[in-house]
Ligand binder design. Structure first.
Ligand SMILES: O=C(O)[C@@H](O)C(=O)CO
Ligand SMILES: [Mg+2]
Length: 259
């Protein structure tokens, strides 16, 4: 089985955020990821990681005004300064938490923004972040997110689009974040896609579809998908990024018994 990380923005939400690290460890996880670390002091997060022997696997660059519906600012030309400041902020957190990968959310393109302007802004921002991350020995991930259900208008909504960006930016430390849930909605053909894209995949996440719940609640054959990741020699982390249908503990049969 691959190395699984608990996504603390979705799992163990029965408890306060700081208690979720311990609960993840007690459930058997050795890695954690979550949306953003920025509202907590680095020392507090670091203490939880260290005292429970957990690896901080991933978090996202600052996304703009999340509460107001923003989902990243990397494609927005009037937010470049904020994007660059966000890169610096993320690097400070990643350094203290020992996190080697940070995900960049491309953002939602407003209808009034020309597609080619959004694309060039994204290329320039990702190029800038790649250079800054390279100096730190870190990887920048780019996630394709479905625009059919979860984030209508999300600018990078297919693996092909992310691959086009990776080719354009042409930096070794820029990778695809392959979320099986989003890609099942947009593309399907998961095992063959992972096989083709494997050299560029920096991080994998999952939830079943429909519903974005745990394995076994929808249409994805996780036993076969996880076996394929092993067979193909995927050596990265796999983030459990689903909303448990009941309690988190009840949702973990896939982890205890194999999907
Ligand atoms: O899949 C997701 O939703 C996430 O990985 C994320 O980072 C933000 O939407
Ligand atoms: Mg995801």
């Amino acid at each position: 089985m691959p190395a699984f990380a608990a996504n603390l923005s979705m799992l163990f939400t029965e408890a306060d955020f700081m208690d979720r690290f311990r609960l993840a460890r007690e459930a058997g996880f050795t890695g954690v990821e979550y949306l953003f670390p920025y509202e907590w002091p680095e020392e507090d997060l670091k203490r939880e990681l260290e005292s429970h022997g957990l690896t901080q696997v991933l978090f996202n660059l600052p996304p703009g005004n999340w509460a107001a519906g923003e989902r990243g600012i990397a494609c927005l030309p009037d937010r470049v300064e904020e994007f660059e400041a966000g890169v610096d902020h993320a690097i400070r957190y990643a350094r203290s938490l020992g996190c080697r990968q940070v995900n960049c959310l491309a953002g939602i393109r407003p209808n009034t923004l020309d597609e080619s302007v959004a694309w060039q802004t994204l290329v320039d921002n990702v190029g800038h972040a790649a250079v800054r991350f390279e100096d730190e020995g870190m990887t920048l991930c780019l996630e394709a997110i479905n625009s059919r259900v979860d984030i209508p208008g999300f600018f990078l909504d297919t693996s092909a689009r992310v691959m086009q960006l990776i080719e354009t930016v042409d930096a070794d430390n820029v990778k695809l974040q392959y979320d099986l849930y989003h890609m099942q909605i947009m593309e399907g053909d998961l095992i063959r896609s992972v096989e083709c894209l494997l050299p560029w995949i920096g991080h994998v996440q999952f939830a079943d579809n429909p519903g974005r719940h745990e394995p076994g609640t929808g249409e994805i054959n996780f036993r076969n998908v996880f076996a394929a990741l092993d067979r193909l020699g995927y050596g990265g982390w796999v983030g459990a990024e689903y909303r448990p249908r009941g309690s988190t503990t009840e949702s973990l049969d896939w982890f205890r018994n194999g999907a």
